[in-house]
Ligand binder design. Structure first.
Ligand SMILES: NC(=O)c1ccc[n+]([C@@H]2O[C@H](COP(=O)([O-])OP(=O)(O)OC[C@H]3O[C@@H](n4cnc5c(N)ncnc54)[C@H](O)[C@@H]3O)[C@@H](O)[C@H]2O)c1
Length: 407
């Protein structure tokens, strides 16, 4: 990807013009400077919307250091445009090796952050291997990172407070569902140029992301099958009208498979060996472990890049299997990530939660939920920008529902 700061700057301008919530927060942050004298480290998919978030935090008074949260999700034109901003340091490049990826994380923590904004948990993990006393805490953007934090907190090993931004209603209900639901298809369309109508599509994992992906697959005219290990989620998918089947069975007839589980080997090697000829496989989950490229290599007699971002694996019996974006999250490896309006919501949650963390510091090391008042505030801000009005409870209704006072 070309490192053209002018093009990166205009992409950031476009995103800025579509992020009314961040723009509203910027006006207040410029005045109130909630992050004055603080350093913030971000590990995040570095594209235009995240640049807007970094600049918002900077405008709130912080010095911001940014690195990528995935080797393929950094856009170099954005990284170089962001690096030209004052009080922002960028350590990221598209297509980094695992060693470079780690080195960038290390450079980011070498800036001695007070606050951490993580996406997937790699930055927090590094700060647990090499603790720094000035760290006040931070926020985690995604399901996989929150899962890692929950394990640390349960083992009593979390050394600073973290907020589970992913689990906020204004994040997962919109970003994971409608954001992933749309952007995964964008990555698939751009890289394959295939028709979806009439195809057998298998969605593995029917959580927030899987629900969005399956919903949009249905709208595109696909025949959708869902596989999930959680019986409640499987039943929900069934009642939503989807076929439900185990992965090993469904891959024998699927034309396209999308994993969104956050779990390793969502399509195990044994199932890959039974896959239908021509199947296209891709992943929306955080790590490239759901459909493993090395498993496909072991099964195949040869492989080659057949289109940009599409690897063709030829099995000894002649069947061809295709993997998109090296099994990394397809919407970011092969697209621009979530729609800008969605990230306006998610990043408003991030910004207000970081502000809340500063106001409530010091907090005990623990994993904290985003306060419901932040969700409600963001929902109201968004409804306002849409010109949508809603009712409020009357005092009598509040009393009936057991609320003690009116808002
Ligand atoms: N691509 C993106 O932009 C994006 C956005 C948000 C979240 N994510 C990532 O997507 C993944 C899923 O997130 P989510 O919020 O939907 O999580 P979730 O917890 O809501 O849902 C995960 C679902 O997968 C199911 N599951 C787990 N292991 C499975 C297995 N081996 N086989 C079949 N089903 C299995 C679970 O039962 C659950 O229903 C995470 O890794 C998350 O970090 C990606």
């Amino acid at each position: 990807m070309a490192s053209n700061p002018t093009r990166g700057r205009s992409k950031i301008d476009w995103a800025t013009s579509r992020m009314p919530l961040l723009n509203e927060l910027r006006t207040r942050f410029l005045k109130e400077q909630p992050f004055a004298d603080l350093r913030i480290a971000m590990s995040i998919h570095l594209e235009a919307k995240t640049a807007c978030l970094a600049m918002l935090l900077r405008d709130g008074g912080a010095c911001v250091s940014v690195t990528g949260s995935n080797p393929l999700s950094t856009q170099d034109d954005i990284a170089s445009a962001l690096a030209e901003e004052t009080n922002v340091s960028v350590y990221a490049r598209h297509g980094v090796s695992p060693e470079e990826y780690d080195a960038h994380l290390e450079q980011t923590v070498a800036d001695e952050p007070h606050l951490v904004l993580d996406d997937g948990g790699d930055l927090v993990s590094l700060l647990h291997k090499s603790p720094q006393p000035q760290v006040l805490g931070g926020c985690e953007e995604t399901t996989t990172g929150v899962h890692r934090l929950r394990l640390l907190a349960e083992e009593g090993k979390l050394i600073f407070p973290m907020f589970a931004v992913n689990d906020a209603r204004m994040k997962s209900l919109f970003d994971n569902r409608y954001g992933t639901g749309q952007s995964v298809w964008d990555g698939i369309f751009r890289s394959t140029n295939l028709l979806i109508a009439g195809k057998n599509v298998l969605v593995v994992g029917y959580g927030w992301c899987g629900r969005g992906i399956a919903l949009r697959a249905q709208g595109l005219g696909a025949r959708v099958t869902v596989a999930d290990v959680d019986p409640v989620h499987a039943l929900e998918a069934w009642m939503e009208g989807f076929d439900v089947a185990p992965v090993a069975e469904a891959v024998t007839r699927a034309d396209l498979v999308i994993t969104a589980t956050g779990c390793a080997d969502a399509v195990p090697e044994a199932a890959l060996s039974q896959a239908k000829d021509g199947i296209v496989l891709c992943n929306a989950g955080h790590f490239n472990v759901e459909v493993r490229p090395d498993a496909l290599e072991r099964l195949s007699s040869s492989h080659r890049a057949i289109r940009e971002g599409v690897e063709e694996y030829v099995l000894p019996d002649g069947r061809k299997l295709y993997l998109l974006g090296e099994g990394r999250l397809v919407n970011l490896a092969l697209g621009d990530g979530h729609p800008v309006e969605i990230m306006d919501l998610s990043f408003a949650v991030q910004a207000l939660t970081l502000e809340h963390m500063i106001a409530s510091s010091p907090l005990e090391p623990n994993l904290y939920p985003v306060p419901p008042a932040i969700d409600e505030k963001i929902a109201r801000m968004k409804l306002d920008t849409l010109g949508v009005r809603i009712d409020s409870l009357t005092d009598a209704q509040r009393e009936y529902l057991g609320h003690s006072s009116s808002a």
